[in-house]
Design a protein around this ligand. Structure first.
Ligand SMILES: [Zn+2]
Ligand SMILES: [Zn+2]
Length: 250
């Protein structure tokens, strides 16, 4: 399984950290996860195009996690490279209403012409997408937000928190993960409800027995705050602060 960080930042424009987004290739299928603004252009920098996306996963509907879904649908209508391959979109309760809202705002520009768009709302679910199993649990963020565990046919496990605060669900989903990607919005001492701090992230990684922890979704105030050492007080395992376009193979 190959995991690419499209952006390690948040919804605040930042020259050093792009808006959120992940791209995952597992068992010959690709997943575009939480495509924040500009994610499709970040994909190009990695050598992929929007046409390489098989599935889109939205963990919640905050703009920093989903605005490029609109760009994706619009690009797929480009008449010189029209998309014909279907797209599966997975998201929490409210996904269908969200897409209905997009249609009422953007009209035909977000309605596929030649391919099938399948919307799947999930909560406390396990689903198989080809040879990759997804386990989904609600995260503690908006009331309809999710965290996800991916397991490949070869048994490799990726867990991604989306946005969340510390909760039992993320600890459960992260059990034994080869790669655990957690949001880490604010430094210790500046905790904000609905988000993690470095020590919260470290605690989750320790309780889950994760093999590798990567921190994403860093607000600008995280810089120069020693968040890695704050995290390591709770988790002594392999930990990295994400950088844009980084790739992790598990
Ligand atoms: Zn966010
Ligand atoms: Zn959010």
């Amino acid at each position: 399984m190959e995991v690419f960080v499209l952006g390690s930042g948040v919804g605040i424009p930042n020259l050093n950290r792009h808006y959120p987004g992940l791209f995952v290739e597992s068992e010959g299928r690709s997943f575009l996860i939480d495509p924040g603004p500009g994610s499709l252009r970040q994909l190009l920098k990695l050598g992929f195009t929007y046409n390489d996306v098989d599935s889109v996963i939205l963990t919640h509907f905050h703009p920093d996690h989903c605005l490029d879904f609109v760009s994706f649908l619009f690009a797929c209508r480009y008449p010189l490279v029209p998309r014909e391959k279907g797209v599966l979109v997975v998201g929490p309760a409210g996904l269908k209403d969200f897409y209905g809202g997009l249609k009422s705002v953007f009209g035909t520009t977000v309605i596929p012409e030649r391919f099938e768009l399948t919307l799947k709302e999930v909560e406390n679910s396990s689903i198989a997408i080809d040879k990759t199993e997804l386990k989904i649990e609600p995260s503690a963020h908006t009331g309809n937000s999710i965290s996800i565990r991916f397991k490949s046919a070869s048994g490799k496990v990726l867990c991604y928190s989306g946005d969340t605060e510390y909760c039992a669900n993320i600890v459960e989903l992260a059990q034994g993960a080869d790669l655990l990607i957690l949001e880490c919005s604010f430094p210790d001492g500046a905790e904000v409800k609905g988000h993690l701090t470095p020590s919260h992230a470290g605690r989750i990684a320790r309780e889950a027995g994760a093999k590798k922890l990567v921190l994403v979704h860093l607000y600008p105030m995280c810089e120069d705050q020693g968040i890695l050492s704050q995290c390591k007080k709770e988790f002594i395992g392999n930990t990295e602060i994400a950088s844009d376009l980084m790739k992790v193979t598990i």
